[in-house]
Design a protein around this ligand. Structure first.
Ligand code: NI
Length: 222
């Protein structure tokens, strides 16, 4: 006798509760509300692009449960923890593998490192995660993360770097302002869906305005 497959709505509700409990007190910009925004953006993009919304929502919910940035650069922990969680809920193997593959490839690994997504669902979740790194929210999260990581806010003597490998990106000791040039301003051209590209354009323009003004005020000009 085999047990009935779990109901999608139940799996999603239990997963959301699990992730909310895990990330509730995060102060690095990777809190529950980041996950919730990524989920909403991913569902919006996924609907327009006609992706499998069950896989999209599960991957969006679980994409940061063990981010390499907080686990000594280990990028296999996230997919493993997500797989264990979903297996515990009785989710079928094929769905688990699709979700785990997305989590393994979702994050940014340096300006010179390609992060292709094999599936439409992966492209949708990656675009949603990157959109939450752009615009007003992106700016706020970048400064929150910089403070959390103990980085200087800005140092005009330090030029932004183009990281050719994940290793170099992982080990870089940057400033918060340089992070805009090393990652955030590059994301617009790395969006993978037409809907993601469209949403990124306005957020990108807003960050450019912010940076222009930041530099002007830094020089005490305005
Ligand atoms: Ni994220």
């Amino acid at each position: 006798m085999t047990s009935a497959p779990p109901n999608h709505a139940n799996v999603l509700a239990q997963t959301a509760e699990h992730v909310r409990a895990l990330l509730a007190d995060d102060a690095s910009g990777h809190d529950w509300w980041h996950i919730d925004r990524v989920r909403q953006l991913a569902l919006h993009i996924g609907r327009t692009e006609q992706a499998d919304l069950y896989v999209v929502e599960l991957a969006a919910l679980l994409h940061d449960i063990a981010d390499w940035k907080f686990h000594d650069g280990d990028d296999s922990l996230g997919p493993r923890r997500a797989s264990q969680w979903l297996a515990g809920l009785g989710v079928d193997r094929a769905t688990i593998d699709r979700v785990a593959e997305i989590i393994a490839h979702v994050s940014y690994k340096g300006a010179g490192v390609a992060t292709p997504m094999r599936t439409l669902e992966g492209a949708v979740v990656q675009d949603a995660d990157r959109l939450d790194a752009l615009g007003a929210i992106g700016i706020a999260r970048t400064f929150a993360y910089g403070g959390h990581a103990g980085q200087p806010m800005h140092d005009p003597g330090r030029a932004p770097l183009v990281h050719a490998t994940f290793e170099a990106y992982k080990n870089s000791q940057g400033t918060t302002i340089n992070h805009f040039y090393e990652k955030l301003l590059l994301l617009k051209d790395r969006m993978q869906t037409p809907t993601g590209r469209q949403l990124a354009a306005e957020r990108h323009a807003f960050m450019q305005q912010f940076l222009e003004r930041f530099h002007r005020e830094w020089r005490a000009e305005a």
